[in-house]
Structure formats: structure tokens, C-alpha cells
Ligand binder design. Structure first.
Ligand SMILES: *Cc1c(COP(=O)(O)O)cnc(C)c1O
Length: 374
């Protein structure tokens, strides 16, 4: 089988037939001409239904996750919403109690009265089993979770779900396809916010779903993509496919830097705790080694001295931008409780870091300076 570095460069790419351009052009046309017999032999008719740049992107995304097909969306939230819209009204969803807040809010506001849902700790086997109802149709997994970097055992949950004829979707945004392959562990569909590592440069918004099987459920998802029209523009598809060509090398850098920064922070007296799956101190480090191919570029840490000390650290840092989001080349830091609102369970002194691709010596020096002055 082709190695991933090769795959991301060649899957979905081909020399353009009309110009011999090695890099395929961006096709902006919203409409495509019929053949004389009325058919669309090239496969495209109207850009909401399909576009060559989207096709190229979906091809590489499917290959990256080991799936059979992918569907690209205008955002991660649009991808998640498509899954919820694809379920029969009255379906019960089991989702993690620390689910990405944007999708959790979607369920609680837009789908209230349409779908049923329970937010639970998926690591609690007994609770999970007790929460399954006759109308449970979906278990949503997000691992590692945000911002506590809690893991869920994908293979275990997927095996239980299969026994009860329940579908499993895994939000793989934090790990990236290089960090974890949920379909190979038994998930039915993988979801990504491609705004994050896949885009990788903090300059585009996108989402994706990748399926293990081209079944009836997937056909419905494709229908929602094409009829609903929450699709990415050809230019966004182009930039995203371009970024994916360097994903394996970028992930290597993110993972390398995150591991070293986590180890540095762990020994600092101003730091109460570091949450990173690659640390031996992570409560689920064994599971991380078992199910992850690499531990990702996201970490969280708690600053000694509470909320104010955490704010001081953020304000002293010079290389870490005080911003939400993740997965870009530049390092970002945020006090997560501030964005999650008043009912958050996230510790007030928790800082979440998206470790970028700057040199690790510079990142550590900046962190050392900020912690020592905080
Ligand atoms: C960002 C994010 C999303 C939502 O994606 P958008 O592209 O912002 O709509 C979903 N899940 C996780 C884990 C995320 O980090």
C-alpha cells in the first residue's frame, strides 16, 4: 500500500488534460455544458452537486482516512449538522459530555424537539450501556476531547454500538488522520473540521465526512450535502487540497513540538498539571499508545495561582497568539473557560495550546519567560 506522504500528493491529483498543467486549475464555472445527446459525460452539471476541485479534495480525504468516499462541507459544523439532519426525527444520540461546544449547542438549540440526546462520559461502560435505548441511532465520539484531552476507546465503543445496531461517528479533528484512523477501529463515519490541521494555515473554514461504507445512510448524507448546499467553494477546495499535500510533514512537526513542550511544562513549578496523551502521566497513556499513531499537537495545562495567574501567562507570551482555534503553523493559546461561557466545567486556570511549527527552543524560551514572570 502507498505510504501516506505519497498518497497526499498523488491521490485526487492528475495532470490537466486540456493544458498539461501539473497543478490542476481552479474550476470556477457553476455550470457545465451537456453533450449533444443531453448527457454529462464528464460527470459535472452544476457546482452545488459537484465540482472538479471538490472531487479532488474528497478523493484525497477518503484515502487519508481509509474510507470509500468523502463529502466536503463549508465548515466542520456544517459537516456535523449534516449527520444530525440525516437521522430520522426522534432518533436518540449519545454524545460525550465534553463534546465540542459548537456541536453540542447545535443539538441543544437547533435539534431540540427533533432528536433526543444524552451527553455522558463514554468511558463509563456501565453508564453507556444503561443509556442505550431502543431508539438510539448514533453514538458520537470525539477523541482526544477538547480541552481536557480525554480519550475514548474507539474500538470498544464501536463494538458495543455494532451489537446494538447503532452507528458511530468519530470527530477526528484533534488527532488528524495521521494521529488516528477511526474507521479502522470500527467507526462508521469520520468527521473533520478541516479548518484545523487539514487546512493547517488558519486561513480557511471547512469540514468533511468520510464513510467506511457507501450505504443508504451515506447516500442520504450526500443528498443533504448536495440539496442543502453547505459546500466549500472551488477556491477553498483547492487551498485545502494544497495544504493536505504537506499534512504528514506538518503533523510530524506539531507532534514533536507538543511532546517537548508538554515535557517542559510538566517539570515547571508554576504548572499544576499538563494534559497531553503523549505523557506517561496522562491517565489514558496506555490507550493512547494503543489507538493513536501519534499524539497530536494539542495540549492543555493548569497554571498554579488560578485564573489571574493564567491570564498573566497568556499576556506575557510573545510567540503564542491569544486566539481560539487550532492546527495552524503558528502557536495559539487560550484560556478555554473564557470562550466556553459561564456554565463551563473547564478549570478556570486551564490554558489550551495549539502547538505550532516554530522552533521548539523558541517556544520553550517564550513559555519559560512568561511562567517565570507570572
Ligand atoms: C473546530 C471544531 C469543530 C467545528 O468546526 P468549524 O470548522 O469551526 O465549523 C468541530 N469539532 C472540533 C473538535 C473542532 O475543533
Amino acid at each position: 500500500m502507498m505510504k501516506v506522504e505519497t498518497l497526499v500528493i498523488h491521490a485526487g491529483s492528475h495532470v490537466d488534460e486540456s493544458t498539461s498543467a501539473v497543478v490542476a486549475p481552479i474550476v470556477l464555472s457553476t455550470t457545465f455544458e451537456r453533450d449533444h445527446d443531453g448527457n454529462y459525460s464528464k460527470g459535472y452539471s452544476y457546482s452545488r452537486a459537484g465540482n472538479p476541485n471538490r472531487q479532488a479534495l474528497e478523493t484525497v480525504l477518503a484515502r487519508l482516512e481509509g474510507g470509500v468516499q468523502a463529502a466536503a462541507f463549508a465548515s466542520g459544523n456544517a459537516a456535523g449538522m449534516t449527520v444530525f439532519q440525516s437521522l430520522k426525527p426522534g432518533t436518540h444520540i449519545i454524545a460525550p459530555d465534553d463534546m465540542y461546544h459548537g456541536l453540542r449547542n447545535q443539538l441543544k438549540t437547533l435539534f431540540a424537539g427533533i432528536l433526543e440526546f444524552d451527553f455522558i462520559d463514554l468511558n463509563n461502560d456501565e453508564l453507556l450501556l444503561a443509556t442505550i435505548k431502543p431508539n438510539t441511532g448514533l453514538i458520537w465520539i470525539e477523541t482526544p476531547s477538547n480541552p481536557l484531552l480525554k480519550l475514548t476507546d474507539i474500538a470498544k465503543v464501536a463494538a458495543l454500538a455494532r451489537k446494538h445496531d447503532i452507528k458511530v461517528v468519530c470527530d477526528n479533528t484533534f488527532a488528524s488522520p495521521l494521529g488516528q484512523q477511526p474507521l479502522s477501529l470500527g467507526a462508521d463515519v469520520v468527521m473533520h473540521s478541516t479548518t484545523k490541521y487539514l487546512g493547517g494555515h488558519s486561513d480557511l473554514t471547512g469540514g468533511a465526512l468520510i464513510t467506511a461504507q457507501d450505504d443508504e445512510w451515506w447516500k442520504k448524507i450526500l443528498n443533504i450535502q448536495q440539496m442543502g448546499g453547505a459546500i466549500p467553494a472551488p477556491t477553498d477546495c483547492y487551498w485545502l487540497a494544497r495544504s493536505i499535500k504537506t499534512l504528514p510533514y506538518r503533523m510530524r512537526g506539531h507532534v514533536h513540538n507538543a511532546q517537548l513542550l508538554a515535557e517542559y511544562l510538566e517539570q515547571h513549578t508554576q504548572v499544576e498539571q499538563v494534559l497531553y496523551p503523549g505523557l506517561a502521566s496522562h491517565p489514558q497513556h496506555e490507550l493512547a499508545k494503543q489507538q493513536m499513531l501519534s499524539f497530536g499537537g494539542m495540549l492543555s495545562f493548569m497554571v498554579a495561582g488560578g485564573k489571574d495567574a493564567a491570564e498573566r501567562v497568556i499576556n506575557k507570551l510573545q510567540l503564542f497568539a491569544r486566539a481560539t482555534s487550532l492546527g495552524g503553523v503558528e502557536s495559539l493559546i487560550e484560556r478555554r473557560a473564557a470562550i466556553e461561557g459561564p456554565d463551563t466545567k473547564t478549570p478556570q486556570n486551564l490554558l489550551r495550546v495549539s502547538v505550532g511549527l516554530e522552533h521548539i527552543d523558541d517556544l520553550i524560551a517564550d513559555m519559560q519567560n512568561a511562567l517565570n514572570k507570572a
